[in-house]
Design a binder for this molecule. Structure first.
Ligand code: NAI
Length: 701
């Protein structure tokens, strides 16, 4: 399979056939090339129509082939496009459904293009850190005009075909055909065959002029815009360079330049990071021992227990996806409060113009509040989000076990408690799973799906599929204290504390890691989330694990009542009603005094050391999590950090970053840190997996 060939009168119809989106893998390219050769050789054929089977024309390169030699095997995409362009018989592209990346570039090799309305058209390469590499930057400006084309290339966003067809002077589409696309394409093909029968040359996009009335000023402007928007990524600026070449160079020179840019970008760490995230997102939904065809349980009704911070946000996800939710509370007052917060949240979206008022009402109509388990017993999925106390969870799960219909999935949003214990409160532990949302739950992309020792495979498959429906990136975690994300962040926080003891100020640490690309440093983050939360956790944890050394600085801060933004003071000072973090003399004095009590002479610590100590503490714990099988692959850990913890996308996540640095270098740095008397030598003992990979010259990913 790859492409099929049939004839309709004098027209040969080549249909790409590589589900789901006709990716341009080797077999498809071969199939198209063979079809063209056959049509050219057949004297009874006057013209060719190229179209896509199923729901797409073509989604572009076949991601299954990415990076393999097959991706470049002849006919590669460039030669295929040239083959269409040089074909002596008219080639009409009949564009249906989706036309993206290499698919759009391929269609630009055809002599004519007809399109259905509603087709998503895009050159999304910039999203994986590249410029389009098969002539997109040279041909699209010739048919759409420089500005519209550059806009599409720099943003990577899809645009509807009818909108593009309305661009004045556009030559991208010859016709928009609402019904019978293929029939229309064949008629055009026959007409064009007749028109060109006498030897009139066929139109080629490459021969069109590419001009801009004010090119220098325009490209300068475009460059300035792009610089501000994409500071950590090189590709958008290269898109501008490539399109400028379309205006200023001959077509063939422009093509060579585009290729050079494409190949150079391919080697950049930013491009590697983006591709890693792109594939990591897809890989996260695959669980090694859960086959992809595992039957899933239908989820038509959801119940949520607890209408607090998390319960409300969690419910909104399902309402937004059109799934009815019943939310249960113990008291009317708490229920009213919870529903009120949700309503306000929706109304704020309407005010900002992000949600239409009628949509709000549509969603709201799907929501019910109740105080009675009777009203939720027929739900297909129930998610518990009550207080984080085992006793409370026990009561809830015992009741759920009694009332819920057989086969209902019983999920807990616990962030720190043992899911296996929670499952043991029921007689159906196979139906119990963790769904650990992040706050605010209606906004944050990440969902950790916690797999208990008894969780059934079809429960996991169902939850992973449901996660896609509510637009979450779901990552499976085994049962462990803090799951993947919080277990790692604990080490990062410990290390941040040691940095203060040794000589840093909170803002020095925050600045260094923010310059590295984190959305927020650990201390600003603590002030936002509330320092009292970590305090409560430490009180519990370090009583249980007295051998684990940590800096007491954060406890001293809490003893001063400085819980963060909510108390107007934390690691930083805050002015009433404002969120700007102002360095605090009081805090700096407190840290200095504590340091003196510990007998530490402060030293100047470089930004590089700060960043590496913080990030490698994530990496080392990540390696342990991987080795214990808590995460099934390194990219899962990276997805947790990219989608839930503000890790900079252009670094690809902690494990990807460690690979980029070289694990050998990571281990060397850790040995250096371990020799520091004020750090904790046991902290920097490399995880066995990390040590082994480094010794063997291997990487995590
Ligand atoms: P919250 O205190 O805002 O809300 C808990 C709600 O549960 C309250 O409205 C309370 O009235 C209700 N509730 C208590 N016992 C109940 C019962 N037996 N039946 C029905 N409702 C009951 O707490 P929050 O922050 O929403 O946390 C809920 C759960 O989510 C906890 O397990 C927490 O660890 C977890 N979590 C919290 C995150 C956060 O950032 N706040 C993040 C991820 C998980």
């Amino acid at each position: 399979m790859g492409a099929t060939y049939e004839t309709r009168g004098k027209v040969a119809v080549i249909t790409m056939d590589n589900p789901p989106v006709n990716g341009l893998g080797y077999d498809t390219r071969r199939g198209i090339a063979d079809g063209v050769a056959r049509a050219v050789a057949d004297a009874g054929i006057a013209a060719i129509v190229l179209t896509g089977g199923g729901k797409a024309f073509s989604g572009g390169a076949d991601i299954k082939e990415f990076g393999s030699p097959k991706a470049l095997a002849e006919p590669n995409l460039l030669s295929l496009i040239k083959l269409l362009e040089d074909c002596p018989k008219p080639v009409v592209a009949a564009i249906n459904g989706v036309c993206m990346g290499g698919g759009l570039e391929l269609s630009l090799g055809a002599h004519y293009r007809v399109v259905a309305p509603g087709v998503n058209v895009a050159l999304p390469e910039v999203k994986i850190g590249l410029v389009p590499g098969a002539g997109g930057t040279q041909r699209l400006p010739r048919v759409l005009g420089v500005e519209t084309a550059l806009n599409m290339i720099v943003s990577g966003e899809p645009v509807k075909s009818e909108l593009l067809a309305s661009v004045p002077g556009q030559k991208l589409f010859d016709r928009v055909i609402a019904e019978e696309l293929l029939g229309g394409a064949c008629s055009l093909a026959e007409a064009m065959a007749a028109e060109h029968a006498g030897g009139k040359p066929l139109p080629r996009v490459r021969d069109l002029k590419c001009t801009h009335p004010n090119a220098d000023a325009y490209f300068q402007f475009a460059r300035n815009m792009v610089k501000g928007m994409a500071k950590n990524f090189p590709a958008p600026a290269k898109c501008v360079d490539a399109v400028e070449a379309a205006v200023k160079r001959k077509f063939d020179d422009g093509m060579v330049y585009e290729r050079e840019l494409f190949l150079a970008l391919m080697m950049t760490p930013e491009c590697k990071a983006l591709r890693h995230a792109f594939f990591g997102e897809r890989a996260a939904s695959k669980i090694p021992d859960v086959p992809e065809d595992t039957p899933v349980r239908p989820i038509a009704k959801v119940a949520v227990i607890g209408a607090g911070t998390m319960g409300g946000g969690i419910s909104m996800n399902f309402l937004n996806a059109g799934i009815p939710v019943t939310i249960l509370e113990t008291k009317q007052e708490a229920l009213d409060r919870g529903l009120g917060v949700m309503r306000k949240n929706y109304e704020a979206q309407v005010k900002k113009g992000k949600l239409k008022p009628e949509k709000l009402e549509e969603r709201w109509a799907l929501l019910k509040g109740t105080l009675s388990y009777d009203d939720i017993k027929d739900a297909d999925l129930v998610i518990e989000a009550v207080f984080e106390e085992m006793g409370v969870k026990e009561k809830v799960f015992t009741t759920l076990d009694e009332v819920m219909k057989p086969g209902a999935i019983l999920a807990s949003n616990t962030s720190t408690l043992d899911l296996d214990r929670i499952a043991s409160f029921t007689k159906r532990p196979q139906d119990v799973v963790g769904m650990h949302f992040f706050s605010p739950a209606n906004v944050m992309k990440l969902l950790e799906v916690v797999r208990g020792k008894a969780t059934a495979k079809d429960v996991l498959a169902t939850v992973m599929q449901l996660a896609k429906k509510i637009r979450k990136t779901a990552v499976v975690s085994g049962v462990t204290d803090g799951f993947i994300g919080n277990r790692m962040i604990e080490q990062y926080s410990r290390q941040a504390g040691f940095l203060l003891e040794e000589g840093c100020t909170p803002q020095q640490v925050d600045k260094a890691i923010e310059k590295f690309g984190f959305a927020m440093g650990p201390f600003r983050m603590g002030d936002l989330a509330g320092n009292d939360i970590g305090w409560a956790i430490r009180k519990r944890r370090y009583v249980e694990k007295p051998h684990m050394r940590y800096s007491k600085t954060a406890d001293l801060l809490c003893e001063m009542g400085r819980f963060g933004q909510k108390t107007g003071a934390g690691w930083y000072d805050y002015q009433p009603g404002k969120r700007d973090a102002i360095p605090s003399d009081v805090v700096v004095k407190m840290i200095e005094q504590h340091r003196a009590e510990l007998g530490i002479t402060p030293r100047k610590i470089s930004d590089e050391e700060i960043v590496h100590r913080l990030v490698y503490s994530l990496v080392n714990e990540g390696a342990k999590i991987l080795e214990e099988g808590i995460a099934s692959k390194a990219s899962d850990i990276d997805m947790v950090y990219l989608t839930g913890y503000g890790f900079p996308l252009h670094r690809g996540g902690p494990m990807c970053y460690a690979d980029t640095q070289g694990l050998f270098n990571v281990v060397l740095a850790m040995k250096r840190f371990a020799a520091n008397p004020h750090d904790d030598a046991s902290f920097w003992q490399p995880a066995p997996l990390l040590a082994r990979l480094a010794a063997e010259g291997k990487s995590f990913t």
